[in-house]
Each structure stands twice: as C-alpha cells, then as structure tokens.
Design a binder for this molecule. Structure first.
Ligand code: PMV
Length: 330
C-alpha cells in the first residue's frame, strides 16, 4: 500500500484512537538571515509555544496503508497549486523517513496540525517535516536521533528553499537557541538573561527561495558592494552572541536595527515590514527587524514588560495581522 494524502477531514477512519503525538516548534532568526547562506554566522531561537504536531492513529478498518491528513495546513495557502506542493512535500518526507529507517510502510493515519503561519519565516515547513518524521518513526517502533532527523529535514528544506543554509532545521529539530555557521558543528547558545520579543506578522506570504535567489543575483552582479554588507552582518551577529550570552540585553536593540538596515540594502525588506519595524520602535521597542526570508512574513521587536502592550497595539494598528509573544529564557 502506498502513501495517501488526504485533506481534512480524513474519510472513513472512524473512532480513531491516537497512539502517538509528536511535535516540533516554530523558530525565529534573531540575527544574520541571508548572510548565513554566504558563510556568515546567524542566531536563531525556537518558539516553543507555536508548534506543528503529528498524531498517529491505527487505521480502522486496518489495511489502508499510511494515510497523512493535512488538517489545517491550508490555513494560509488556499487549496490550489500551492497545496499540491505541500502534499508533495509531506509524501516525500514520509518516503524519506521510511527509507532512512529501512522500515516498511505502517498501517496508520498521521494527522498533522500546525499553529505556525506558513510561508512567513517561522519555519513552518521544517516544523511539519520534523513532527511528521518523529511521528512516523514512532509508528514504526523506532527512535529517530536528532542528528538523523536534522539531516532528513534539511533534505526537505531543499524542496522549499532551494539552497537552505540549514539554520531552520537545526533550531527546530534541537529546539534550542543556536549560533549557526553553515557547515560547522552545531553550537548551542547559552542565554545570559531572559528577553522578550513580539513577532509581528505582515500577513503577506513570501517564498524564501525567491528572496534568497534575488540576493544571489545581487551578489553575483556586484560582489564588491554586497560582500561588505554580508561581512557587516556577520560582525554584528558576533557582537549579538556575546551580548546574549552575557545577558547584556540592552545591546540587542541597536544591533537589531542595524541588521534590519543591512537587510534593506540586500532588498529583502518590504514596505509593510519597514512600517511594522518603525511602528514598534516608535511605540517603545528597544529594537526591531525583519526575521527570516523577508519580503513579507514576520518581523520581531524587542520589548520589556512595560513596553510590550504598547508595541503590540502599535503593530496591530500598523497592519500586523497577528502578534505573538515569545520569551527567550536561560
Ligand atoms: O525560512 P526563513 O524564511 O526563515 O529563511 C531562512 C533564512 C535565510 O537565511 C533567508 C535562508 C537560509 O537558508 O538560511
């Protein structure tokens, strides 16, 4: 029996009993997106309150093979050509997991839910792949090591991104803050003091692959101009690492603003992102920047308990379709 993907609700699997639940978090990039593709460091943290989950239930009646139900993954993307891409990726992920584990196809239904907005720089694709990988491994009675899962999710990221740096899958699979350098061993980052970020969603889906491709064109057309921008981003990421590890949170705001300005020069910001960044700062955020691929998607703002509500309101007034709060803790 092959792999069948259903849109929710799953037909004919009545009175299912959930056997396993697996999940993976969203992520945000704090510093260094895009430059990371060119070997510069970047810092990313998981957002554990926003998750993709995968429930495994025995098929009833049995003998139906592996069924995957994408419960609410079309929340942002309508059922269209885009959702075909989602379907294809899920099937490909499942095949890759089974091949990696040398397992035969189990007779189960895996239902995926995701609270992570899609195509918005929060790592929704990687989180869904990771949750599915974990659930499917459990369904075939195997434990998948994070290292194996990370490599596998990276393979899937290639279908979304083209040439991903690997930062998304790493932070999502290990669910820990990471200081990431392409090709280097994973460096988990200690956090010196807690800090809180608001995540403001422009509501505009944007494909990372396109933004990354455009930066590549820019780089190839004029490396003498672009390389110093990438180097400058790398240098500020190193300063941010020291500030985060030593708990000097007041250093982060100006570094975020500088990073945003450099991303503007790489042409990956947008009018909406710039508006949200400006609104956050005017409302008292210590710093703000776009996060992820850009051109839409999300931005982040550094807030305190005193400024948080003001900044949240300002983001909503400036056009954010939703605002999440996340605290990075030691
Ligand atoms: O998935 P996103 O949109 O958060 O983008 C990932 C970050 C980039 O640096 C733009 C691309 C990459 O592969 O690192």
């Amino acid at each position: 029996m092959g792999i069948v993907i259903y849109h929710y609700p799953v037909p004919a699997a009545s009175s299912v009993k959930i056997m396993i639940e697996a999940s993976a978090p969203a992520k945000i990039i704090l510093f260094g997106e895009h430059a990371v593709v060119y070997g510069q460091p970047a810092i990313a943290v998981p957002v554990s309150s926003l998750r993709a989950t995968a429930n495994v239930a025995a098929n009833n009646p049995s003998g139906q093979g592996l069924r995957i139900a994408a419960a609410d993954l079309n929340e942002v993307l309508p059922i269209s050509i885009e959702s075909e891409i989602v379907d294809h990726s899920l099937a490909a992920t499942a095949r890759l997991v089974l091949k990696t584990l040398k397992a035969t196809t189990p007779d189960v239904t895996i239902t995926l839910h995701s609270a992570i907005p899609m195509a918005s720089g929060l790592g929704s694709g990687a989180a869904v792949s990771a949750a599915l990988g974990r659930a499917l491994s459990a369904a075939v009675h195997q434990t998948i090591e994070n290292e194996t899962l990370n490599a596998l999710v990276y393979e899937m990221e290639k279908t979304y991104h083209g040439t991903p740096s690997g930062i998304d899958n790493t932070v999502i699979v290990y669910e820990q803050p990471v200081y990431f350098v392409r090709g280097a061993p994973i460096e988990k980052m200690p956090i010196g003091a807690a800090f809180t970020l608001l995540i403001g969603d422009t509501g505009q889906g944007a494909l990372t692959k396109i933004a990354v491709g455009d930066v590549r064109k820019l780089f190839e057309a004029d490396p003498e101009r672009i390389q110093p921008i990438l180097d400058e981003i790398g240098a500020l990421v190193k300063r941010a690492k020291i500030a985060i590890e030593s708990g000097e949170i007041s250093e982060l705001g100006p570094l975020m603003l500088k990073n945003h300005a450099l991303l503007q020069q790489l042409t990956v910001s947008s009018h909406e992102l710039d508006q949200l960044v400006e609104a956050a700062v005017n409302a008292g955020a210590a710093g703000a920047k776009l996060s992820g691929g850009g051109r839409g998607g999300n931005m982040i703002a550094l807030v305190t308990p005193e400024s948080s509500e003001n900044v949240r309101q300002a983001l909503l007034n400036a056009g954010a379709v939703r605002v999440f709060e996340t605290t990075v803790t030691p």
